[in-house]
Structure formats: structure tokens, C-alpha cells
Design a binder for this molecule. Sequence first.
Ligand code: NAD
Length: 494
Amino acid sequence: MSDIQLLPATLNFLQRDHGQFINGEACPTSGTERIVVINPATEQSIGSVASATADQINTAVNAARQCFRSVWADFNPYARGLLLNRLADLIEANGEELAQLETLESGKNIVLSRLFVARQSALCLRYFAGWTTKISGQTLPSCFPSMQGEQYSAMTRREPVGVVAAIIPWNFSVMIACWKLAAALACGCTVVLKPSEFTPLALLRLVELIQEAGFPDGAVNLVNGAGDTGRQLIEHPSISKVSFTGSVATGHKVNLTAAARMTRCTLELGGKNTAALLKDADIDRAVGGLLQTGYIHQGQVCAAPERVLVHSSRLTELTDKLGAALAATPMGSPLNENMFFGPLSNRPHYDKVCHYLTIASRESRILSGGERQEGPGYYIKPAIVQAFSGTETLMQEETFGPILSFMAYEEEDELLDLINNTPFGLGTSLWTNNLSATMRMIPKIESGTVWVNMHTMVDPAVPFGGVKQSGMGREFGSAAIDEYTELKSVILCY
Ligand code: NAD
């Protein structure tokens, strides 16, 4: 019942000097400032990385541009797929090391890190490996009249957009980077990654694996730094697309910076996602589902349900059963395989969640949990909050923490109003076996995804993204191929 042993490979990696990864090489020492990486479970430093200088950002984008122009855009599509599959193999083979690094820097439970770093990342890479040979345009009948016997034919081609700036948050660094890398590389784009300043380490190991897989130098580069590094990257004239995942506030800034250069931009932002339990909901199933999706990784999941709307006849049954389940679920070191809850991922975020708990105690009612744990580490007990109006702060603002707010409703129309009455629209779940109500409600829900009797699960074959303030554009499926390719029209006369 204690922490797992760290691999020698993990310990060696932590000992090394880290910085950027540019044109197939690690550039560890240059850079004036260093970012200290803190283990949120112990509040101890586990290493540091050099912040990229303006010169290094420029060199990284130029390397990506050179690789795009001279090698990658024309690389045989089948061979591109083979490389993506080889990277998936390497991620699986080195999955424990990657998972340990992600757990150490983010506080994610090691069992979850293994699942999301190795299995989900590899799944996404393999899915997009299959796309490389299937990216195609159309042949189109021409409308031009023939004046002197000439004929016309037209077609479209899907061509890679160019160099992609991929900006990554701290909650699932390797997996979210792989979502972007898989689709961008499959289309023939090259990439400059910018990890979160809180979680640079696992991604630095990932880019080494990309090199080992045999991708050409410059296909994937990485620059470290905080928001200003991201801004400089987006402002570079050779960036053709920004793929950003992060908060709404940063998303607004990113969108403005990209728009100033007319750069394409995909924004995967925050949410205030609803789980709606209809009168007939299976409460035991919903309790398991909320535990697994609402509180997993301490609620630091963009699509996690934060608001639970329950038919009034079932509210007490749900909160009582969930409260008992939470009380029986262990919290402790994320390196202990028997723990479920761990620390919040970093100090600023811990402070933000504490702030929302103070608001909850004032505006709403905390039914259980929410206590801060004494000692090192950013631990907060998972909380159940009862809300009495859809306008309370906890029903409107994303906490991104282990706090679910529960509110009763009576009628379907009232439920739909409550679901839609937020500035966000990422994901909503309906918990019911009432097919008529489900099919009636789905078109009326303002949300990028609607799940039924499940929540949060994302599938690389199914487009994922938000409406309203939750963003624009989609990851996954053919929608992602459209995001990373430009349509070129060709008209021939013969
Ligand atoms: P954040 O917005 O603080 O940071 C995200 C990234 O943007 C970091 O790499 C950061 O350094 C960079 N950045 C900051 N300022 C920038 C600027 N001006 N220009 C360019 N880059 C800049 O988000 P976070 O706290 O790391 O992540 C949590 C948020 O991400 C939550 O709101 C969560 O809902 C959201 N999220 C969304 C999805 C999704 O798919 N919709 C997935 C995961 C997380």
C-alpha cells in the first residue's frame, strides 16, 4: 500500500538538463530564465527547464517550416502512417516512464497516467495513421459552357496548412499533445509544441520518442515557457495554424493574436458541463459515472460534469449515495496505485479552487467535503454542493476542481433552460432510458457533445469541441483533417 518504485529511466531523465527540442536535437542550456517544476503532491522541485529565448522560438519555427517545405508535406502518405504507428509503439513501450513523469509533474494518479498517457495517446496516433492514405478531394462537374468545343474539368485537393503552433494545458499534457500531433502530422503539417509551464517534462520525453521513431528533423519541435512564449510563437510569420487547448480567458487572447495575422485557429476551451438525470435515471449507475467522470483527476478535466441537474424526486437519493461513495474512496499520494484522489496540479489552481469553495459556502450549501488537507501537497477533499438557483457562481463558472454542484428541477423545459443557461457549451450528459425524452432534448442542447448514460468519454473517431465560449473547431475524426488541411481548387481546360 505504498508508492511505486520510480524507474531508473525516470530518475535519469529528471537528473538531466532540459530546455528546448529544435530540429531533431535537445537544446538544454541556453535560455536565460529557468522554470522550476514542482511536484504538487510534495511541493518539492523535481527539476527545471530553460525558457526559450526569442531566437530559439524563431529557430524552432524556421526548422518546422524548412521540414514542411523540403520533406514532410511530400512524404509518402503510407510512410507517414507507418511513422505514426511506430510512435504509438514507442509510447506503449516507454509508457511507464512517461506515466511516471506525468504523475510527478501533474499529481495525476499513476493508474490514470498509464491509461491516458500510454493507451489513449497510442489509440489516437493509430487512428490518424489510418487517415494518411485517405485524405482526398473531389472531382466536380464544371458549369462553364463550352464556346468553341473546349471542355472543362475541376477537382479539389486537400493540402496541409503548414507549420502548426500547438499550445498545451497542464491537465493531460501527453495525451492532448498527441491529439494535435496525430492529426497535424497525418495531414503533412509540421509542429512546434508549447507545453504548459507547469508540465514540461513528459512532453520533452515524448519529443525524444518522436525522433527515435524516425520522423525527419524539424517535423516536431518544442519550446518551453509561459504565456509570453506562446504569444511569440503565434506571432511568428511562418505559423499557419494555431491549435490551442486551455482556459477561456487565454483562448480569447490567443484568438486575438492569431486574428491579427489572419492565422487559422482552433480553440478547445473550458466548460461548465451538465449531467442531467431524468426522473427514471438509474441512480447507482449515475453515482459510479459521476465518481469516475466528475471527480477523476480532481475534476481537472475539461469535459467533466460540474453541474448535476436531478429530478427533484431523486436528489436526496443521489447526493446521499454519492456522499457515501466519496467517503469510501481513498485520497493520497498519486504514486500509490491504491489511491483515487490526489492533489490539485499546481499552487495557483489550488488557490483558485479554494476561492470557489469560499464562494460555495456563502452562496450555495456544501453538503460534504471541501476540506483542505494539512501538510505538504495541494489536497482538497472532493465536495458535494447543493445549489438553489442556476445563477449561483458555482452553477455558472468553471472551477476545474473536485466540486460538483447539484440542483433539483421539476419539468423538462426548466431542465433545458438550466442546461443552456451558461456561457459554455462543451459537453452535456443525459442519464435516462427514456428514448423519446432523449431524442426530443438532444437537438435543443447547446453543446458540442451530448452523451447518454455516460459522460466525458472522447473517441478519436468522433469530433470533439465546444460551442459558445467553449471554443471553435474540432479535434478528432474527419473534422480534424479539415482543420489541418486547406482546400485547393483546380480547374482544367482541354
Ligand atoms: P491556460 O489557458 O492557463 O494555459 C494553456 C496554455 O496556454 C499554456 O501552455 C500557457 O502557457 C499558454 N498561454 C498562456 N497565455 C498565453 C498567451 N497569451 N498566448 C499563448 N499561449 C498562452 O490553461 P490551463 O490552466 O493550462 O488549462 C486548464 C484549462 O484548459 C481549463 O479551462 C480547461 O477546461 C481547459 N481545457 C480544455 C480542453 C478541451 O479540449 N476543451 C482540454 C483540456 C483543458
